[in-house]
Write a protein that binds this ligand. Structure first.
Ligand code: GTP
Ligand code: MG
Ligand code: NA
Length: 344
């Protein structure tokens, strides 16, 4: 997670959408993992986080742009559940991100939680791109593994191209009914103004994944330099409180900005009042691995934003997910910070 020469932090991208549109599978496709198949009932029930170093993104997008200068150190992607009962987690995820991917199943169009997610994004004025997923389900689709979508579309029969255009038009119309203009990303001259970009994808055969990644990192670096400017001030949110074998009670956090160190005095909101403790271990999964999935952890002396981190410290049993974590500086007044923490 090195700093970029531009001193930007990694953008945080939240992936949202109706249940089973393929959010986790898209991430599996990029990571080369199988998280989705390990989920109970194939349903995501927690917020996840995966860090993609710029180098991996460069590899994955080189067919589209060999010399992509990505300017950001990487991309932190937050996975959210699409099931109707997890509105609070979608809200939490969307509140943390700089940009979002709204996933729509091309065979189903806009569904209930697509619209709920869209409204969360509108409310916070968050920019997003639409992944029009499952294009491989168009009848007669010829797989072009991990190809750019323009190249893959050229390989398709007239019938497949016709079905694609028909379904795309339907989805564009449904977005219009929600007051949102959309357009295929490579035709969209008004991205960031009033028209949102659609990237057709398949999480099974990988078509459109290079397009989606390149669009995200280039767009954020181009338009969000001020927002992504690295700052020393720690901005950090607790995602989950978990007991982990060999580590005791830990918290999974998203570090949005700043730097955390082993030994830092931290204050988090607890059920019985503020919890003041010190960081015993700062752990991350390997790059391109999901934070919420048990695996091996890398230990760090310090970590810079943006990153998904597991923190091991004493007394975290009653920490409350969704609240902010504060770091006590040498000049800080402990009572002020304790008060601020409990205001969450
Ligand atoms: P929740 O997190 O539970 O809301 O679902 P999700 O949006 O993460 O969807 P998930 O990744 O669990 O995928 C749901 C189902 O759709 C799984 O059976 C996937 O294998 C399948 N699927 C996902 N993406 C694609 C795709 O691009 N093509 C095809 N054919 N199937 C897909
Ligand atoms: Mg999922
Ligand atoms: Na699912």
């Amino acid at each position: 997670s090195g700093r970029s020469e531009y001193n930007l932090r990694s953008p945080i991208c939240c992936i949202m959408g109706h249940v089973d549109t393929g959010k986790t599978k898209l991430l599996d496709c990029i990571r080369g993992t199988n998280v989705q198949q390990g989920e109970a009932g194939g349903i995501t029930q927690q917020i996840g986080a995966t860090y993609f170093p710029a180098e991996n993104i460069r590899q994955r997008t080189k067919e589209l742009k060999a010399d992509a200068n990505l300017k950001v150190p990487g991309l932190l992607v937050i996975d959210t559940p699409g099931h109707e009962s997890f509105t609070n987690l979608r809200s939490r995820g969307s509140g943390l991100c700089d940009i979002a991917i709204l996933v729509v199943d091309i065979m189903h169009g806009l569904e209930r939680q697509t619209i709920e997610s869209l409204n969360l994004l509108k409310m916070r004025n968050t920019n997003f791109v639409i992944a029009l997923n499952k294009v491989d389900r168009l009848y007669g689709w010829k797989a072009c593994h991990n190809a750019s979508i323009v190249k893959a579309m050229k390989e398709q029969s007239r019938d497949v191209q016709f079905e694609f255009r028909t379904r795309l038009t339907q989805v564009v119309t449904e977005f219009k009914e929600q007051g949102i203009n959309t357009e295929l990303y490579y035709k969209n001259k008004n991205m960031g103004k009033d028209t949102f970009s659609i990237v057709p994808t398949s999480a099974i055969s990988g078509e459109g994944i290079p397009d989606l990644l390149l669009l995200l990192v280039q767009w954020t670096a181009k338009t969000m330099a001020a927002r992504l400017a690295y700052s020393n001030e720690v901005q950090c949110t607790v995602l989950e409180v978990k007991v982990v074998e060999g580590h005791g009670t830990t918290i999974d956090v998203i570090l949005v900005n700043g730097e955390l160190h082993e030994g830092d005095q931290i204050v988090v909101c607890g059920m019985q009042g503020p919890i003041v403790t010190s960081i015993r271990a700062l752990l991350t999964p390997d790059p391109m691995k999901e934070l919420r999935v048990k695996g091996s952890y890398e230990h760090h002396k310090k970590i810079k934003a943006a990153q998904g981190i597991k923190i091991n410290a004493q007394g975290l049993e009653h920490a409350i997910a969704g609240t902010s974590l504060y770091v006590m500086g040498p000049d800080d007044d402990a009572e002020d910070i304790k008060e601020a923490v409990m205001e969450d």
